[in-house]
Design a protein around this ligand. Structure first.
Ligand SMILES: [Zn+2]
Length: 384
């Protein structure tokens, strides 16, 4: 509570409180400043509700201290005491004497209170009110976009992101493409594949490198039995957005297997090893070579790992070695195998390049920094 007091002291000073104190003997009646003392006393004695009561009464007779009320309200919100910040900001909004700027500030503050409390509809309404009063209120637009994302209201999010683009000149094409992908996934859930494809077309028109849109599109074609088309779509990911190439490899293997066109698959993976090396490709090629020549397969993987060290690759190599090991070697290999398995189970597969959030699932919207497209498969020793 000391921080509240420290905050209030300079405000009280600027509002005339100290000046009044200096002239205390001259001014016999100083009810305003007496109330300040009472309010501060309540804060010091850990009675914030009584303090809020006093400060709100004070506001009724004096609007010079509006800034102090904003500071107090925001501080309560930051401390997680949202009910108190809501009371303070609601009282501020009710003051007819507020200037236009102060009213807008109060609307923002109250909308942020409700957002902190998770009351999204009220927060949305207040930000919309603020936007109605000022059509170029960028801050409200960004908060509203966050709310629409939380509500999964993708149509509204698209409309607003376009408005932000035209108001600020900053591109929102990555976000808009993801909103269309979200709409496409919703349509897939209700088995409206035609409508889903239309949304994906829009996503790709906006962001030609959208790996997510290509992955979903390939899945739809697979569901419709169009495996050749699905393969062509997936191959684009390596060209357009190589960061996500590894995401396409399991499906590529599966579709080629279905069509019995493995030869074409291995030729594609062999070429990709040169310009886009991924352990998933190397393991698929090793498994294929194993069916023809065991030693050659083992040598291929060992050579790959010398150039591109990978724990997953090592794990696979140990499994291969196990087949030809002596009883004593098997004992040691088993231990190494177990340790690597534990390490791989614990290691994350995806990492957000913006904030460092990591996990085992690819989340297109980072749950930590709330950015789209920043979470990618981990490459190198511990990843692909
Ligand atoms: Zn992040």
């Amino acid at each position: 509570m000391l921080e509240l007091l420290l905050l209030l002291l300079p405000v009280a000073a600027s509002s005339g409180w100290l000046a009044a104190k200096q002239h205390y003997h001259k001014e016999k009646n100083a009810p305003l400043h007496k109330h300040y003392f009472t309010g501060l006393n309540f804060l010091l004695n850990e009675q914030p509700d009584k303090a809020v009561e006093v400060f709100i009464k004070l506001l009724e007779v004096n609007t010079d201290t509006v800034e102090m009320h904003f500071a107090l309200g925001n501080l309560f919100r930051k401390k997680g005491e949202v009910e108190r910040s809501i009371r303070i900001h609601q009282n501020l909004i009710a003051r007819p004497q507020l200037s236009k700027t102060q009213r807008s500030q109060a609307l923002h503050a109250l909308a942020k209170d409700y957002l902190s409390a998770g009351v999204l509809d009220r927060s949305e309404r207040l930000f919309l009110d603020a936007l109605e009063e000022n059509n170029h209120d960028i801050e409200s637009m960004y908060y509203l976009l966050d709310i629409y994302q939380q509500e999964k209201n993708w149509e509204q999010a698209i409309e607003l992101a376009q408005k932000i683009q035209s108001s600020t000149g900053k591109s929102k094409h990555i976000e808009i493409a993801h909103y269309y992908c979200e709409l496409a996934e919703k349509k897939i859930q209700s088995n409206e594949l035609g409508a889903a494809k239309l949304f994906l077309k829009r996503a790709i028109n906006i962001d030609k490198k959208s790996a997510r849109a290509l992955l979903i599109k390939a899945k739809i074609e697979d569901n419709l039995g169009n495996h050749e088309q699905a393969i062509e779509i997936l191959k684009k990911i390596k060209e357009d957005n190589a960061d996500y190439f590894s995401e396409s490899i399991p499906s590529l293997i599966s579709y080629h297997h279905h069509l019995q066109t493995e030869k074409e698959l291995y030729s594609f993976l062999e070429k990709s090893i040169e310009n886009c090396p991924r352990i998933s490709s190397a393991i698929a090629l090793t498994t294929h070579l194993q069916t023809q020549d065991f030693q050659k397969a083992k040598q291929f993987l060992a050579d790959y790992l010398k150039q591109h060290p990978s724990l997953r690759g090592l794990f696979h190599l140990i499994e291969l070695q196990f087949n030809i090991a002596t009883a004593l070697e098997k004992e040691n290999l088993q231990l190494l195998h177990l340790l690597l398995k534990q390490l791989l189970t614990k290691s994350p597969t995806y990492l957000c390049h913006q904030c460092g959030f990591s996990g085992k699932t690819l989340l297109w919207l980072c749950p930590s920094c709330k950015q789209w497209n920043t979470t990618k498969p981990i490459l190198g020793l511990e990843g692909e």
